[in-house]
Design a protein around this ligand. Structure first.
Ligand code: ADP
Ligand code: MG
Ligand code: ZN
Length: 470
């Protein structure tokens, strides 16, 4: 890539987590029987009138808040006219001139800022299944009318790596904020890649192609790599890029021309006369703000800077909101970030390995109790792990189980301290000797503690404590 700059802009669609569809009250769910969740509105019957789902508008605003967009006070739903059998009305209700969110940005790890152009609300289309020439095509309108947000970026990306990081950031934020599940394998998040090349350093953008509906991170990367190579070869050969939509075939690892690219004026957008303009007040925005969780990016910053965790730990602990919330609850109980992190990353995650959705099988307070026992060296790590398994199996508390099974063979630091302090008060001569020649008397003091505890103290800890307080 010596002689060209790569320019990429993204259009990302995500299905919103609402109970019902965006312009009717049919259920918004994945996996129902074909055409089970349909009505006159979402099958485009003439004369059927849409309503608008308030929650969908709120979730679109919430998405805007995730990425620092300006939230519009006035937004309009418009009709985007085109015919395709998965869209029974022959127009999609979308947004053009007055989207709900404008601007915004995401800063990548290396500090580069990638700008959003807008986030708007629209409806999804139905699903076509092509059987064969003879049998024809099946249409399922269940997905028709599912609320979508479309995130449009500026043409700010220069490599598949940047795109990959950006998409992952978008997905984790939307999932954390409970806006969308972004299950790419179910089509819950899809990405269109617009890509062009220009002579290195030039400020004029080249002609772009668009690859639609890429539905995995891997295929986005591969599709971009392929398209860069394809365009480069054409340009080096003296050819011209045609503005068109190209279909990425993941199995074949290449793309094909699908249709020449339509311009927005071809769609004859106009405000939908059946849906009133949306008015959004500052109070509306404030109340949605109050629903916002701390986003993963911010959490990672706090984990590294405030809790002193390695970047690696912070990444894994924030890999889901559930894990991150669990970790933070533990911290409130036992303020020892690295210790808790080690247990979660090493031991708890092992228990749920390979599962996509999970909850840890032990309550935060019980885990913390066990960690504390190990830290205070009342039990060793292996006994701690066994104790954790027992808690999971029996549901009993660690304290009860430890007692029942006689796990605690040493006494706590607290108890040792009590004995040492009493000893100090009663033996001023030994204290003085210790100050002069510690190594001569330390054995004597340890011996005293061992005797008074019936040998149940850990001599190493006793020594440490003597050094601390004498
Ligand atoms: P549409 O594709 O619906 O016509 P736009 O023209 O607004 O919408 O562009 C869609 C996407 O294409 C945006 O992400 C934008 O950044 C990107 N884009 C526009 N021009 C170029 C270009 N020359 N090269 C690469 N990406 C581009
Ligand atoms: Mg487009
Ligand atoms: Zn419906």
């Amino acid at each position: 890539m010596e002689e060209f700059d790569v320019v990429i802009g993204l259009e990302i669609h995500a299905e919103l987590k609402t109970k019902t569809k965006v312009f009717c009250s049919c259920k918004n769910e994945f996996g129902a029987k074909p055409n089970e969740n349909t009505c006159p509105v979402c099958t485009g019957m003439p004369g059927a009138l849409p309503i608008i789902n308030k929650r969908a508008v709120e979730l679109c605003i919430k998405a805007g808040l995730c990425f620092g967009c300006t939230i519009s006070h006035y937004a309009v739903m418009e009709r985007k006219n085109y015919f395709y059998p998965d869209l029974a009305k022959a127009y999609q209700i979308s947004q053009m001139v007055y989207p709900i969110c404008v601007g915004g940005e995401i800063t990548l790890k290396d500090g580069k800022v990638k700008r959003l152009n807008r986030i708007h609300l629209e409806e999804d289309a139905g699903k076509l299944t092509h059987i064969s020439r003879a049998t024809g095509t099946l249409i399922d309108y269940n997905r028709g009318g599912t609320p979508l947000i479309e995130i449009v970026t500026e043409p700010d990306f220069t490599s598949p790596e940047e795109v990959d990081e950006f998409l992952k950031r978008v997905r984790e934020s939307l999932v954390y904020a409970d806006i969308a599940d972004c299950k790419m394998e179910e089509g819950g998040m899809r990405c269109d890649v617009n890509l062009s090349l220009k002579p290195k350093g030039s400020t004029i953008l080249g002609t772009r192609t668009e690859m639609k509906n890429l539905n995995s991170f891997k295929s986005v990367t591969r599709a971009i790599e392929y398209e860069i190579k394809r365009q480069k070869e054409i340009l080096l050969d003296g050819g011209k890029i045609i503005q068109e939509t190209r279909k990425w075939d993941d199995a074949k690892g290449k793309n094909m021309s699908m249709r020449s690219k339509e311009d927005s004026q071809d769609y004859r957008y106009f405000p939908d006369p059946d849906i009133l303009p949306i008015s959004i007040t500052d109070d509306d925005i404030e109340s949605i703000k109050s629903e916002m969780p701390v986003l993963p990016q911010k959490r990672r910053e706090i984990y590294v800077e405030k809790y002193g965790l390695p970047e690696y730990d912070a990444q894994i602990l924030t890999s889901s909101k559930y894990i991150s919330d669990y970790f933070e609850t533990c911290l409130k109980i036992y303020d020892s970030p690295k210790k808790i992190s080690n247990w979660i990353m090493g031991d708890l995650l092992k228990l749920v390995k390979g599962r996509e959705e999970f909850t840890f099988p032990i309550e935060e307070k019980y885990l913390c109790e066990i960690i504390k026992m190990v830290e205070e060296r009342l039990i060793n790590k292996n006994v701690g792990l066994q104790l954790m398994n027992d808690v999971i199996e029996t549901g009993k508390s660690p304290a009860v189980l430890a007692k029942e099974n006689n796990l605690i063979v040493v006494i706590s630091e607290e108890e040792i301290l009590k004995i040492l302090n009493a000893f100090k008060e009663e033996n001023s001569k030994v204290v003085q000797d210790y100050k002069v020649q510690p190594e001569k008397v330390i054995g004597f003091i340890v011996g005293h503690v061992m005797k008074s505890t019936g040998g149940k103290a850990n001599p190493a800890i006793v020594k440490e404590l003597i050094k601390k307080i004498f």
